[in-house]
Design a protein around this ligand. Structure first.
Ligand SMILES: [Fe+2]
Ligand SMILES: [Fe+2]
Length: 242
């Protein structure tokens, strides 16, 4: 919950860390807060051709209004708690949904690819992304997260600068984080391709029930994955790389 007024020079990613409910407002304006959020609100609005004052009005409504999404304030969590939340919420969601997303997009492309050839691109993008994400989750869960949790448990690092002082391991972790951030950027680009190819998840008149299920699943995947990458890029990783 944000307890102050939003200013034009506030950094987009910091606003979502302070008030996670704002993610939905940024999403509604097509603003990539997870991977390109390290710039002031005014610059972001200018690049998107949005009136910054109107954006601030909507953000104030979003910060105080109800949200139907379960949000977590990462600033209130220790590093092990934040990691546990990411794994139990976002990684579990991906493990559950990725096979379904691949299957739904494949089915819709094979049934309706003749009506809209972009559906083949949707299926190919989703299949490729699912493989990339599975390997990404393995790296986080088997390599980076255990090292960070061990560092916090050993008291070798505080929650604010976890792993920075962890000896040689600190350098390795910083390199790994750089690679993971680059993979997040690739994922964000793939999400943009999915949005564009589905006209921002718009149903065509002739959509069947499988098509409807696919679009709903893709939209949820887009929202969850942006929130997931935001938590890692802007809340967890800065505790290491600062
Ligand atoms: Fe993750
Ligand atoms: Fe990640």
């Amino acid at each position: 919950m944000l307890t102050r007024s939003i200013r034009k020079n506030d950094i987009v990613a910091d606003l979502v860390v302070e008030s996670p409910a704002l993610a939905r407002v940024f999403e509604s304006f097509g603003i990539n807060y997870c991977c390109e959020g390290n710039k002031p609100l005014a610059d972001t609005a200018y690049e998107k051709g949005i009136d910054v004052d109107a954006l601030i009005v909507m953000l104030n409504v979003g910060a105080t209004g109800p949200s139907d999404r379960t949000v977590v304030n990462p600033a209130s969590l220790s590093t092990p708690e934040l990691i546990e939340h990411i794994v139990d919420s976002h990684h579990a969601y991906l493990r559950r949904e990725l096979p379904r997303l691949v299957e739904l997009t494949r089915k819709v492309a094979s049934s309706h690819g003749d009506e809209d050839s972009r559906l083949y691109e949707v299926a190919d993008t989703m299949a490729h992304l699912a493989a990339e994400l599975r390997s990404h989750l393995e790296t986080e869960e088997n390599e980076l997260f255990p090292a960070l949790t061990r560092g916090a448990d050993d008291g070798r690092c505080s929650d604010d600068n976890c792993a920075r002082d962890a000896g040689d391991g600190g350098g390795v972790q910083t390199t790994m984080v750089g690679q993971l951030i680059a993979e997040h950027r690739e994922t964000a680009n793939a999400l943009e391709r999915l949005r564009t190819a589905t006209d921002e998840f718009t149903l065509p008149d002739w959509a069947c029930n499988t098509y409807r299920a696919m679009l709903a699943a893709l939209e949820e995947f887009d929202e969850d994955t942006r929130a997931h990458m935001h938590l890692e890029n802007n809340a967890l990783f800065p505790r290491i790389a600062r």
